[in-house]
Write a protein that binds this ligand. Structure first.
Ligand code: CP
Length: 303
């Protein structure tokens, strides 16, 4: 991979995504054999700069960097000089002056990682920017699919949930389409952006239509923190009329995988039975997250 930064899958070539997935599958095999001392980033430093909450993404980037021997620094907006009025660009210049090799950033504003990447010499990895993209989440989702099916091309992936506020839905759509998958989506009309169909997904008018013949059914979190109410009557009614349950899954292929990027609102986007069921790959996605982030860090620095 020859790019300096990973900001989104919209701008990635299919070959680059393929390269990351191939490397990520190798990393996952090593992780499953307890391979946690790989030398690829031995002389590198990684700063994890998060302006939003996170469990999975933050900790998996930190573990990925540490498993490959990097020095890791964690900065949260709440404890940084951002609280004293420092701008993003000045924060970036400060981190650059310390000879950081990587800055992994999550920010509530779409486009913030791009602004940082244009400012700093360090490689910038977007760990989720507003409602724009979350490229490593989509890569870990695709890695999980590729591990299960041996390919992405020809798969049918149904995405149901809060599409409007979701950076995960957009990154998955870009990545999956580039690798030849078919993507269908369903959400209440208030939670689906009018233009999403132009990006190559089929917007369905029912859960059953979206899930019909699917190899993978992905639930997305209702992002209450980005909503101002009024998009659906109540969480109970959302679960009843828009959530994924056993009845809806009957329309998917037999044994279709159940996925979710997390954190899950249990019993809202997916029933508890599906989350904990045999076909769920939600925990598997978490390990894929460490593996794919190892692959991204390794490939970005040309190792
Ligand atoms: N999927 C995801 O981005 O989870 P976190 O918010 O916990 O990082």
């Amino acid at each position: 991979m020859v790019r300096k930064d990973l900001l989104g899958l919209r701008e990635c070539e299919a070959e680059e995504i393929d390269e990351i997935l191939t490397e990520g599958l190798d990393m996952k095999r090593l992780l499953k054999q307890n391979g946690k001392s790989l030398p690829y980033l031995r002389d590198k430093s990684v700063t994890i700069l998060f302006y939003e909450n996170s469990t999975r993404t933050r900790s998996s980037f930190e573990l990925a960097a540490k498993y490959m021997g990097a020095k890791v620094v964690n900065i949260s907006a709440s404890s940084s000089s951002v609280q004293k009025g420092e701008t993003l660009v000045d924060t970036g210049k400060t981190l650059d002056a310390m000879r950081n090799d990587f800055i992994v950033m999550r920010h509530p504003m779409g486009g913030a990682p791009r602004l940082l990447a244009e400012t700093v010499k360090a490689h910038v990895v977007n760990a989720g920017d507003g409602m724009n993209e979350h490229p490593t989440q989509a890569l870990l989702d695709m890695l999980t699919m590729k591990e299960n099916f041996g390919k992405i091309e020809g798969l049918k992936v149904a995405i149901l949930g809060d599409i409007r506020h979701s950076r995960v839905a957009k990154s998955n759509l870009f990545g999956l389409k580039k690798l030849g998958a078919e993507v269908t989506m369903f959400a209440p009309r208030t939670l689906i952006p009018a233009e999403i169909g132009k990006l190559g997904t089929k917007v369905c008018s029912s859960r059953e239509e979206a899930v019909e013949g699917a190899d993978v059914v992905m639930g997305l979190r209702i992002q209450l923190e980005r909503q101002h109410g009024g998009n659906f009557p109540s969480l109970g009614e959302y679960a009843r009329y828009y959530g994924v349950n056993d009845e809806v899954m009957k329309y998917a292929k037999k044994g279709a995988l159940v996925m979710h990027p997390g954190p899950v609102n249990r019993g809202v986007e997916l029933t508890s039975g599906l989350i904990d069921g045999e076909t769920s790959r939600i925990e598997e996605q978490v390990l894929s997250g460490v593996a794919v982030r190892m692959a991204v860090l390794k490939l970005l620095c040309g190792e």
